[in-house]
Design a protein around this ligand. Structure first.
Ligand code: IPE
Ligand code: IPE
Ligand code: MG
Length: 224
């Protein structure tokens, strides 16, 4: 049975779900937040130590302003309401991505990170305004300015995921089979599960089934 230390999730399909059932993409984003709560709970039950959630990509700025505003407003409300409880549950929250949001949201994110920094039960990376290509170029730039040798060990020090082992398992919901600029380096040896269900419809049973299948995969890492 494979150990499972880190799950990464591309939470895709909110908009389609919202349009189909509530006639509004934004209603899908709201429903997607409930799935986030359920999946966090289940992740803790499985004693998984790291969870990385893709919430907003560097490319998602191409969406209509109304949808972007709704998303960040939703995030603000979520943090204000839930951060205390996440902290009590010994959950660490870290943002990966470029923190250049409104002053209010930037502050809130920093506060949430600071407050939960020493927590140890579950480390959540929230990928917000995250783009893997940006992250990689940034790391190369920093490393090239240092005297350090260019090698894997030195390179990963400058990735935003430097405190996190690489994901063992990547799940993408929403019936789309692509990575969309997510953790291109870190996913080099992850087991990838593409799930047909849209994110708001994804539930703990689906999650548990994927985990069960993951545990039985023969992971080679180049060996036979
Ligand atoms: C994923 O759901 C969430 C974000 C990118 C913020 P989408 O909003 O991409 O939903 P679909 O893919 O359009 O259905
Ligand atoms: C990927 O979903 C980003 C997130 C889930 C946050 P998208 O819906 O933005 O991906 P594309 O544009 O369809 O590839
Ligand atoms: Mg999408």
């Amino acid at each position: 049975m494979n150990p499972l230390n880190h799950v990464a999730i591309i939470m895709d399909g909110n908009g389609r779900w919202g349009l189909k059932y509530k006639n509004s993409r934004n209603a899908g984003h709201k429903a997607g937040l409930s799935t986030v709560e359920k999946i966090i709970k289940e992740t803790i039950k499985h004693k998984i130590k790291f969870l990385t959630l893709y919430a907003f990509s560097t490319e998602n700025w191409k969406r209509p302003k109304k949808e972007i505003n709704y998303l960040f407003n939703l995030l603000e409300i979520f943090l204000l309401k839930r951060i205390e409880d996440l902290h009590k549950q010994n959950i660490k929250l870290k943002i990966i991505g470029i923190k250049n949001f409104s002053t209010k949201l930037n502050k809130l994110l920093k506060l949430a990170e600071k407050k939960t920094a020493k927590n140890t039960r579950l480390h959540i990376n929230l990928a917000l305004n995250y783009g893997s290509k940006f992250e990689l170029i940034n790391a190369f730039k920093i490393l090239s300015k240092k005297k350090n040798k260019v090698n894997e060990k030195n390179f990963v020090k400058y990735l935003q995921t430097k405190d996190t082992p690489d994901p063992d398992l990547l799940i993408r919901t929403g019936n789309t089979n692509r990575l969309s600029n997510f953790l291109l380096w870190q996913l080099a040896y992850s087991e990838i599960f593409f799930e047909k269900k849209l994110w708001p419809a994804f539930n703990k049973k689906d999650y548990n089934l994927i985990i069960k299948k993951f545990k039985k995969v023969k992971r080679n890492f180049g060996r036979i």
